[in-house]
Design a binder for this molecule. Structure first.
Ligand SMILES: [Zn+2]
Length: 77
């Protein structure tokens, strides 16, 4: 099971909630990207680690005060 590394923010940047809560804390969860259910009751669930906001489990964005821009945490490098 792999874990994600929280990106190191540069000066003037902060994590914000996509639902408009403002500043937030990212938390990891298991995102289910594939799920198969069989007639015999078997379930094959495939998950991967992803980020969500701790406040309301929405997407997390990185807001740059300097550039006044938002970047999805998945696209942040
Ligand atoms: Zn929120």
């Amino acid at each position: 099971m792999s874990t994600l590394t929280l990106p190191a923010l540069k000066e003037g940047e902060e994590f914000v909630c996509d639902s408009g809560c403002g500043s937030t804390t990212p938390e990891q969860y298991d995102f289910e990207y594939s799920r198969e259910e069989f007639p015999d009751g078997r379930v094959i669930s495939k998950t991967e680690k992803a980020w969500r906001s701790a406040c309301c489990h929405a997407c997390v964005l990185v807001y740059s005060n300097l550039a006044d821009s938002f970047t999805a945490i998945e696209d942040y490098a």
